[in-house]
Design a protein around this ligand. Structure first.
Ligand code: 9MR
Length: 452
């Protein structure tokens, strides 16, 4: 049966009628049927269960049958990485990524994007760059790839594995890190500008429990949230052996408490205690409402990057392992569902007030880097609801390259921005946001707002 998010969210209730009739009384027991696939079982609590997919295996019928039956989220194992999508500077190739996305969407699954920037699997031309040239190329890569997949990705791993192993809790040295410590936030802002609907994640390994590395990431997320850098989720890869860290649930919880979702993004577990450990990871996620889903890093043991370790849920011939049953049972036992989350942006510079009583105000949050910027404009209704609005900005030495959630009259000088259909109505005292990305400087935008 083909799974869709709609069908799996329905839990059939089966009334088991006990035939024992004692005198005049009839005993009726209502039992919730346990779901029989990973995706359906996860959907009972509003979560997903996903897998990494390799485009080259989509012709393998055993592989595709398991994929279509069991999973409702897909991550491209390699096909959306920098070396695959931009083999030559400015020349993009989406063939493998599109193949995986189309197969997934065509079968009712959602897609996690992996990964926009990473120190590994960079194309040769990027490995040879440094400084502002590399920064510009990297941000352009984020913008182009996220724009290509705009509206189709549930969550992007915007930055992958940027923290160092060991006890420092600091960043890993890489060509990207050497462009300046703000490269991660620049990437997140560019990703938000290109695809405002995608959740934006930071993803890393050896961060599943509480340790120096995960604490370094925790501090970065806390800083991003406090400064309005757009980040929505943290990916814990969970490449494990024998056990889930005993403090995995606490680690997930502390990230959730910062106001981001947590996803288990690349789960695989080697070792003789595999089945128990899979159950423990599943329960750690289910115990935290903002742990929104789990992805295993491949389907059969023969599909794993950990050759010879057999760390996945299906044998090489496609049979379910004890670990599979352990996961399914844990998912069926349930947990609190994920909460609905919204992204908030902290305003860093402000303001202008519309003189019309009950009109609107506009403020700007600007992220400027060498050669480019992202501006997020907040429109706030005054004492009356807005039925439409217009914001005027001034770009004296910058040019708009893309925008979202508003229509702009031009790309430089005085630009008038008008609402789109879905954000025309703003209740009294409430706000909506739009934004744009540009080359050059975004300083001095000085937005003003008028009701229209
Ligand atoms: O599974 C991926 C393997 O096919 C690639 O050869 C490898 C290249 O580095 O990347 C593997 O996936 C990695 C993922 O993208 C990021 N986290 C670690 C994963 C395993 O190495």
């Amino acid at each position: 049966m083909k799974l869709t998010s709609r069908s799996v969210s329905l839990i059939p209730l089966v009334a088991t009628v006990a035939a024992a009739v004692l005198g005049a009384s009839l005993i009726v027991t209502a039992t919730a049927n346990a779901a029989t696939t990973l995706g359906a079982a996860a959907a009972q609590s509003g979560r997903y269960y996903g897998t990494a997919v390799a485009a080259g295996k989509l012709g393998d019928s055993t592989y595709v049958n398991i994929l279509n039956t069991e999973f409702n989220m897909v991550t491209a194992e390699n096909e959306m990485k920098w070396d695959a999508t931009e083999p030559n500077r400015g020349q993009f190739n989406y063939s493998g990524g599109d193949r995986i996305l189309n197969q997934a969407v065509g079968n009712g699954k959602r897609v996690r994007g992996h990964a926009l920037l990473w120190h590994q699997q960079q194309p040769g031309w990027a490995q040879g760059l440094s400084g502002s040239d590399l920064r510009q190329a990297a941000i352009n890569h984020v913008t182009q790839v996220a724009t290509h997949y705009r509206g189709k990705i549930y969550a992007w791993d915007v930055v992958n594995e940027a923290f160092a192993d060991g006890g420092s809790g600091g960043r890993r040295d890489s060509n990207l890190q050497r462009t300046g410590n703000d490269w991660i936030e620049a990437a997140f802002r560019a990703a938000r500008a290109a695809d405002p609907a995608a959740k934006l994640c930071y993803n890393d390994y050896n961060t599943d429990g509480i340790n120096a590395k995960s604490t370094g990431i925790y501090n970065m997320v806390r800083d991003f949230k406090s400064r309005g850098v757009p980040i929505d989720c943290v990916g814990l890869q969970a490449h494990l052996t024998n056990n889930a860290p005993s403090d995995m649930q606490a680690n997930i919880q502390r990230f959730a408490d910062l106001g981001v979702d947590v996803q288990i993004t690349e789960l695989d577990i080697a070792g003789s205690n595999q089945a128990n450990a899979y159950g423990a990871v599943t329960r750690a996620c289910l115990a935290v409402a903002r742990c929104t889903g789990i992805t295993v890093w491949g389907i059969r043991d023969s599909d794993s990057w950990r050759t010879g370790e057999n760390p996945l849920l299906f044998t090489s011939s496609g049979a379910k392992k004890a670990a599979y049953n352990s996961v399914l049972d844990a998912l069926n036992a349930g947990g609190p569902g994920p909460t609905t989350t919204t992204t908030t942006t902290t305003t860093t510079t402000t303001t202008t007030t519309d003189p019309v009583p009950g009109g609107c105000t506009a403020s700007v949050s600007l992220n400027q880097w060498n050669g480019g910027f992202v501006a997020t404009i907040k429109v706030t209704a005054g004492s009356s609801a807005l039925r439409g609005w217009r914001v005027t900005t001034t770009l004296s030495s910058g040019t708009v390259t893309s925008s979202w959630s508003a229509n702009g009259s031009g790309t430089s000088g005085t630009v008038n921005w008008t609402n789109v259909d879905y954000n025309a109505n703003v209740p009294a005292g409430q706000s909506t946001e739009f934004g744009f990305q540009g080359n050059g400087s975004g300083s001095g935008l000085n937005p003003s707002c008028a009701a229209s």
